[in-house]
Design a protein around this ligand. Structure first.
Ligand code: CP
Ligand code: NVA
Length: 307
């Protein structure tokens, strides 16, 4: 019964499946740009549970479902019984009898695994404290569009060893690139992901060393959702890790800069960085839509036949 395929982490798919999904994202983007209606998910419903705020994830999943011919339901813990203590397993059993897929943005990653274990339908990780795999689909699509295959390239992650960084580690394994992480002491990525990556990932305290000759540089906010009370401490500690134009100058000549957004200009990036020609942050944000439509097409069964 619990045989649905989920997308909780980049490790849930084979490298070939991931590359296939990204290539499909590029095709779906082209269809949309050419104004072609493509509605394989007519009559299908995605439930979206958001325990944290979101702009991109919500809009891209909701718009994506509508464009594919389906619908999306937005659920906040303020409105559902999950927010009043109904067990996750019960919510999963019930919702998965009514909808065709469930996207969840939550705190503890175990909330996702518990929901998935009790769901008849695919469960998608829309960000947890540990991982943000949907963002990596968009990032990998963006690199492919701008520079071709990322295999064998060098990527620098600057700043916090957070959920995005963990997903970059998984991407390094699956897409076969070298990842250099530059973070302050005590803010390293989860050792469990580091161990999985072996020598594909290296750690340094020096952002310049990480960026040297790199083909892609990425960063993220210093204070993730749920860590707000640590903001002042983090701003002081992370200061040497700000990504600036001068830092990017140490990278490869054709280096790209990515930021999953939202950005805090003047903190993890200099005020002007998103305007730099090397920044592809807006393409990257747009690709959330296309990459996730490919994911939905892959996970959700095609439309019903006419009666
Ligand atoms: N990058 C990202 O997931 O953005 P949102 O928090 O706006 O969804
Ligand atoms: N690391 C950030 C990513 C936001 C998309 C957070 O978890 O808040």
């Amino acid at each position: 019964m619990m045989s649905a395929r989920h997308f909780l982490s980049m490790m849930d798919y084979t490298p070939d499946e991931l590359v296939g999904m990204i290539r499909r994202g590029i095709e779906l983007k082209d269809l949309r740009n050419r104004g072609v209606l493509f509605e394989p998910l007519r009559g299908r419903v995605l439930a979206m549970i958001f325990e944290k705020s979101s702009t991109r994830t919500r809009v891209s999943f909701e718009a994506g479902m509508i464009q594919l011919g389906g619908q999306a339901i937005f659920l906040s813990p303020r409105d559902t019984q999950l927010g009043r203590g109904e067990p996750i397993a019960d919510g999963a059993r019930v919702m998965s009898r009514m909808v065709d897929a469930v996207m969840i943005r939550t705190f503890a990653h175990s909330n996702l695994t518990e929901f998935a274990a009790n769901s008849r339908v695919p469960v998608i990780n829309g960000l947890s404290d540990d991982l943000h795999p949907c963002q990596l689909l968009a990032d990998m699509q963006t690199f492919l569009e701008h520079r071709g295959s990322i295999k064998g390239k060098t990527v620098a992650w600057i700043g916090d060893g957070n959920n995005m960084c963990n997903s970059y580690i998984e991407a390094a394994i699956q897409f076969d690139f070298q990842l250099r992480v530059a973070c302050p002491e005590g803010y390293e990525p989860n050792p469990q992901f580091m161990a999985l990556a072996g020598d594909r990932v290296t750690l340094t305290r020096d952002p310049r060393e990480a960026v040297k000759g790199a083909h892609l540089i990425s960063t993220d906010v210093w204070t993730s959702m749920g860590q707000e009370e640590e903001t002042a401490k983090r701003i002081a500690l992370f200061k040497p890790f700000q990504v600036t134009r001068a830092l990017l100058d140490l990278a490869a000549d054709d280096a790209l800069f990515m930021h999953c957004l939202p950005a805090h200009r003047g903190e993890e990036i200099s005020e002007d960085l998103l305007d730099d020609v090397r920044s592809v942050a807006w393409d990257q944000a747009e690709n959330r839509l296309h990459a996730q439509k490919a994911l939905l097409e892959f996970l959700v069964a095609p439309a019903y036949q006419p009666a």
